[in-house]
Structure formats: structure tokens, C-alpha cells
Design a protein around this ligand. Structure first.
Ligand SMILES: Cc1cc2nc3c(=O)[nH]c(=O)nc-3n(C[C@H](O)[C@H](O)[C@H](O)COP(=O)(O)OP(=O)(O)OC[C@H]3O[C@@H](n4cnc5c(N)ncnc54)[C@H](O)[C@@H]3O)c2cc1C
Length: 476
């Protein structure tokens, strides 16, 4: 094979893996030597408008683990990873010049902050006559295979999905390189965690899953969930669950940092369908991955509007910005057990089920009428699986400023609690001070008499808050 380049630098971002990695695969094919680099960006740890850090401790820990795992996996192929910190648009050109690389390869992102880093990097490298190549690789359907230009992405999910399913194909995954030639990097392998990056490991035993960052742990989770525990064939029935490791795949955190590739998951689903079982559940996991694609392409189509109050619908409700009410929601002290349990789970573990996310988001925007972007920012800070497009897209959707053709996205909290936690096990798990209340009554302590409350060891306003709002009970 004729090598085109002497040396290429691969800048890793939200693509922390070796399997199905277009940029890495291409670099290994085209160059005699490859220099893998990761750079922690301080802007990812700045404060958000609500005062929280953009990346709180749990996700920072998951990110660190993912980067270190990538380094280990690269080492096993004879390579290594330079781990650095600072602005990538400054750090990468310095390394590119130092190691005299011909070009820098990276995965392109879609939203403005990430795009401006790419632009600044390209500009800086261009001045030094170093080329760049951006690769698309975070979605199931490749952008070039969409049956429409991104600017014409259907506004409604069902239409998007149907057109993709009918007219596009999921590309095959790239094989993992067997060996990577890398020059001596020892002068640049002395990474020290920057002071602005505070990491924190989840220690709460009540966590649905103990997330561990990195491609190896992501692969292991897939193997466990699909193959060892054989859960995929019942995914559609269990996916709205609230408790435990296996009601849903829990792939999101690994997907968000690119430790798992959606196309790899797709291939494993196809294999499972061939070797074990093919049913609605196996399809449904792919269906959910298409939602993920949809939010990414919608974000690319609509640019910064996805972060605006009026969203992409250009609709403005009269939202309030009441810090006191917001704080109660954020801390899980609303006095509505189903909301509080979910928020306490998020605060203690960096994770919340999809059912929980929809309910707490609806409660914030519909019952409290608070600016939905505050909720989106809170999730951005705390979620281990934070993904800019999925998070802001879903929030827009719940807030009614997205593309939902169904007008009313109001979630009747008690009805939801009745459907998904009838016996109150989820509340008992997260709000021990209510644990003595039997059955469904645990969801509505505010309806119990003083005598009953006393019997169950609850004192409203003291051991558990009074409800912030009166919830509709129309379903009962
Ligand atoms: C208000 C709100 C905010 C959200 N923020 C995020 C976020 O920051 N990051 C994130 O990955 N997901 C987000 N979601 C989507 C969804 O809740 C999570 O992807 C899911 O709960 C993760 O658990 P899982 O991997 O076990 O999901 P599973 O049910 O096993 O689904 C498999 C995969 O499909 C994708 N998926 C499933 N549902 C959705 C959805 N509604 N939108 C986009 N992708 C989906 C995810 O990649 C997920 O890992 C949000 C949902 C809501 C309502």
C-alpha cells in the first residue's frame, strides 16, 4: 500500500473509541504514523446561566475514565494518547507543529460551540499550512446517506424515521485497526488533572447502574444486556421502567461520548435477531436510536434556535423565572413524590430514566411554568449521558417549542405514577421518609389525614414538603 502521508494527528472528541472510528481508521490507512490526542477544554467546565457547572463531577469522572480507557486501548495497539488540557484550537496546532504532522483528522460536531472550535482550529492550522479533515460519525444514518438535504430534514419524527428507513441504509462499521504506528510521545505524556476539572465518583448504592466510562465498559454493558442477560427481546415492554439496571439498555452515556458507536449497536441487534430472536423489542431499540439521529439532524438544521426560548417553533409562552420554585424542583423538594424521587435520583447518580425525564420536564414547564431552558441547563450539568442535541431537543419537545404535531405535551403526574409505579416502589427507593406509606398512597401524602400521616411517621412541612401545586386527579 502506498502511504500518502508521513504523519497524521487524530484529535479525539466525543468519539472515544477504536471500533467504527472513521477518522482513526482513515488515518491509519493513509499515514505511516498516527498521533492520537485528547484535550480537556476548560469551557466545558464553565458556569451556566443557572450557576451550575456545565459539566458537574459525575460526568467529569465518566469523561476522565473514558479518556484513560482510550489511552489504554491505544497502548494495546502499540500507540498511545497525548492527554492535554486547554483550548483545543491552541493546543492541537502546537502539537501538530511539534510533531510535524501533515494533517489533523477529527469528528465533526453540529452545534455552535463545537463548530466554532472547529473553525478556529482549522483557521490556525491553515496558517501553518497543515490540512484538516472532518469526519461525520455520530449517527446511525450517515449524513451523506440521508434521503433529503439536512436543511430539508422533516420536522416530524415519524416522517423522518419512515424516509430514513425506506430510503437510507446503515453503513457497515469500520474495523478496529490492528496496529497503530506512533512516534515516541514520551515528552507529552505527563498529564495532570487541571484544577478546574472536579471529578466525583457516584457512590450511592441506590444507583440504577454503576456507570464506568470508556469503550471497554460500554462494550461490556452491551454484551451483558444483549447476550448474557438476554434482555433485548423484552426491551419494548421494560423500557418505561424506573428501577434497576436492565429495564433499558443504559447505552446513553457511552453513546454520548462516542465510547459506543450506534452502528455497532445496530449490527449487534441484527446479529441478535439472527441468533436469538427478532421481534418488536429488537426493532424498538433501533427505533430509539433513530430518535437520537433525529435530534442531531434537527439541531444541525435549526442551528442556535434549539437553545432559544421560542425554540424552533418560534412560540413564546409567558414563562416565569422564579429561582425559589426552580430550586425546589432541582433539589427534589416539590412535595410531589414522583417528581422528587426522580430529581433525587438525578442528583445522587447523574442518571434518570426516560419516563422520569419526561415527567420532571413537563412538571417544570407545564405545572410550574418555568423557563424550560433552566431545566435543560440543569440536566446539561448533571446528566452523565448529556448529549447536546438529545437534551435540548427533548426539552424543546416537552416545552411545546419543538416539532411535536401533538399540541398538548402535558403529563398528568399522578396518572403517570399510577401507570409506571403503582405500588410506589420507586418512591420508597428514593424517598425513605415516605417509605411507611402503603401502596399508591405514597404518591399523594398530601391527601392523607393528619392521623394517617402520623401513623406513617410523616409530618408535612417538616419531614417532607407540602406540595407546591395542586395536581389534577382527573384520571382516578
Ligand atoms: C427532557 C429530556 C432530556 C433528555 N436528555 C438526554 C440527554 O442529554 N442525552 C441522552 O442521551 N438522552 C437524553 N434524553 C433521552 C432519553 O431519556 C435517554 O436517552 C434515555 O433515558 C437513556 O437511557 P437508556 O440508554 O437506557 O435508553 P434506552 O431506552 O435503552 O434507549 C436506547 C438509546 O436510544 C436513544 N434514545 C432513547 N430515547 C431517546 C430520546 N427520547 N431522545 C434521543 N435519544 C433517545 C439513546 O441514545 C439511548 O441510549 C432526554 C429525554 C428527555 C425527556
Amino acid at each position: 500500500m502506498i502511504m500518502k502521508y508521513k504523519r497524521l494527528l487524530v484529535w479525539f472528541r466525543n468519539d472515544l473509541r477504536l471500533h467504527d472510528h472513521a477518522a482513526l481508521f482513515s488515518a491509519v490507512e493513509k499515514a505511516e504514523e498516527v498521533i492520537p490526542v485528547y484535550c480537556f477544554d476548560p469551557r466545558q467546565f464553565d458556569s451556566l446561566s443557572i450557576g451550575q457547572k456545565k459539566t458537574a463531577g459525575f460526568r467529569a469522572q465518566f469523561l476522565l475514565e473514558s479518556v484513560l480507557n482510550l489511552q489504554d486501548n491505544l497502548k494495546s495497539l502499540g500507540s498511545n494518547l497525548i492527554i492535554s488540557s486547554g483550548l483545543p484550537e491552541n493546543v492541537i496546532p502546537i502539537l501538530a507543529k511539534k510533531y510535524k504532522v501533515d494533517a489533523v483528522y477529527f469528528t465533526e460536531e453540529v452545534t455552535s460551540e463545537e463548530k466554532s472550535v472547529e473553525a478556529a482550529l482549522e483557521h490556525s492550522l491553515y496558517k501553518d499550512r497543515i490540512g484538516t479533515e472532518a469526519f461525520w460519525q455520530s449517527t446511525l444514518f450517515h449524513i451523506d446517506d440521508l434521503p433529503f438535504p439536512v436543511s430539508q430534514t422533516p420536522e416530524v419524527f415519524t416522517q423522518f424515521r419512515k424516509e430514513c428507513e425506506k430510503l437510507s441504509k446503515v453503513r457497515k462499521t469500520y474495523p478496529q485497526p490492528k496496529k497503530i504506528n506512533t512516534p515516541d510521545l514520551s515528552n507529552d505524556l505527563h498529564f495532570k488533572l487541571p484544577s478546574w476539572m472536579q471529578v466525583e465518583k457516584v457512590t450511592d448504592d441506590r444507583a440504577a447502574i454503576k456507570f464506568e466510562g470508556g469503550e471497554s465498559a460500554g462494550m461490556h454493558r452491551l454484551k451483558t444486556y444483549f447476550w448474557e442477560r438476554d434482555q433485548l427481546k423484552i426491551y419494548k415492554e421494560t423500557r418505561n421502567g424506573l428501577l434497576g439496571e436492565d429495564y433499558s439498555s443504559k447505552f446513553s452515556a457511552w453513546l454520548s461520548l462516542g465510547c459506543l458507536s450506534p452502528r455497532y449497536i445496530y449490527e449487534e441487534v441484527k446479529l441478535y435477531e439472527k441468533e436469538r430472536k427478532k421481534n418488536q423489542s429488537t426493532y424498538w431499540l433501533i427505533f430509539e436510536l433513530i430518535w437520537r439521529d433525529y435530534f442531531r439532524f434537527i439541531a444541525k438544521k435549526h442551528g442556535n434556535n434549539v437553545f432559544k426560548l421560542s425554540g424552533i417553533k418560534n412560540y413564546v409562552d409567558n414563562w416565569v423565572r422564579n429561582e425559589k420554585l426552580f430550586q425546589k424542583w432541582a433539589e427534589g423538594n416539590t412535595g410531589i413524590p414522583f417528581i422528587d424521587a426522580n430529581m433525587r435520583e438525578l442528583n445522587a447518580t447523574g442518571f434518570m430514566s426516560n419516563r422520569g425525564r419526561q415527567n420532571v420536564a413537563s412538571f417544570l414547564v407545564n405545572d410550574l411554568n418555568i423557563d424550560w431552558r433552566w431545566g435543560a441547563e440543569y440536566f446539561e450539568s448533571l446528566l452523565i449521558d448529556y448529549d447536546v442535541c438529545s437534551n435540548w431537543g427533548n426539552w424543546m419537545y416537552v416545552a411545546g417549542v419543538g416539532n411535536d404535531p401533538r399540541e398538548n405535551r402535558y403529563f398528568n403526574i399522578l396518572k403517570q405514577a399510577n401507570n409506571y409505579d403503582r405500588k410506589g416502589a420507586y418512591i420508597r427507593h428514593w424517598i425513605p421518609e415516605l417509605a411507611e406509606i402503603p401502596g399508591f398512597d405514597i404518591h399523594q401524602p398530601f391527601d392523607l389525614s393528619t392521623k394517617e400521616l402520623k401513623e406513617f411517621g410523616v409530618s408535612l412541612g417538616s419531614t417532607y414538603p407540602h406540595p407546591m401545586v395542586k395536581l389534577p386527579k382527573s384520571f382516578l
